[in-house]
Design a protein around this ligand. Sequence first.
Ligand code: 7TS
Length: 415
Amino acid sequence: MPNLEISSILDVSRIRADFPVLARETREGVSLVYLDSTATSQKPRQVIEALADFYLHHNANIHRGVHTLAEEATAAYEETRARVARFIGAASPKEIVFVRNATEAINLVVYSWGRANLREGDVVVLTEMEHHANLVPWQMLAKGRGVKLEFIHVRPDGTLAMDELPRLLALKPKMVAVSGMSNVTGFQPDVAEIARQAHDAGALVLVDGAQLVPHAPVDVQALGADFLAFSSHKMLGPSGVGVLYGRRALLEAMPPFLGGGDMIKRVTLEGFSANAVPYKFEAGTPAIAEVVGLGAAIDYLNAIGMEAVHAYEQAMARYVLPRLQEVPGLHLLGASLERRGAVFSFWIDGIHAHDVAQVLDYYGIAVRAGHHCAQPLHIRFGVPATARASFYIYNTPEEADRLVAALYKVKEVFA
Ligand code: 7TS
């Protein structure tokens, strides 16, 4: 049964036509149902063509040459920086630093801002649902420096225990670093409210936007994010590019992270002076073509509209969640319909998550199994691993039906 509410939000068949990979079959000869966009999204033709066009017609290194190709490559790279700034509501392109991925963006903040600003006894507040990318770097810094990490816990329904925040903010943390959307439960915390309270308490706010930015409209100023980290490859763009947004005054006060070419103003044998932001944080040749590809991905998402992307995924969540809950013995890690995207992690009594994923693959359905780099969250729910199905703009209710039907097959196979 086509779902009218859902199909009125996006023209998914038109979108799917831009993603040739979605039309292929798996090794079993079944048509592919790609439900692993939380790990990485597929790329539309427009992004792939932008990459090819750059390499076919414009390729050169940036910022270093006066020749035609170097100027074209530099212009394309810098235009994308401005496009990224507009996409997330940054005040200036100078607040956009290109890195390799969200992980590197967070590490940049931890190493540069953290090492310059955190002393023994200082507190950083995180949440129990963080991806390891927004946990391990803080643990690495905290250890040996006497910085204390405190956590907002996760409720049984996958939402954050927001009532814990005032007690944690009373500890006067220097930083509150929180994911804008869990890659396991799909929960999208009220980051604006967290930021408001954190700022009142004198803390800065880092938002791990690796999942939020691809799936919802983001305005860093409305959100109150001092830093925002995200990855191109999860938002229809190429891999190898990530973005760190940082408020200009903060970036300007921070020491460089990596040293090398492009991040300097002047170098002598005795020392160096750092370049202006954002170049101060972009040592070495960046992923130029991939940055240009990210620009094409942003154009693609803008043409659909991030409000529509968000609305479509919320409608998909309302469609999928109750159907999953009807599968006997299936338990969702985070079953709240409140503030969520279309990501579902679950376990089935008596069946290992990897076996679930294996049988689903037999039916053409690509899901991921494991702890999804959020081991503390799995520990909190007392399960070592879950299977995870994640939906994006190119997934349909019919594909959700195929997932649910295949889960009944999984039950039969392991009965
Ligand atoms: N933060 C969140 C919330 C994520 O989901 C991920 C990646 C990252 C940070 C790191 O992004 P990266 O591009 O630097 O790797 N999440 C996943 C996932 O759920 N499965 O594979 C990667």
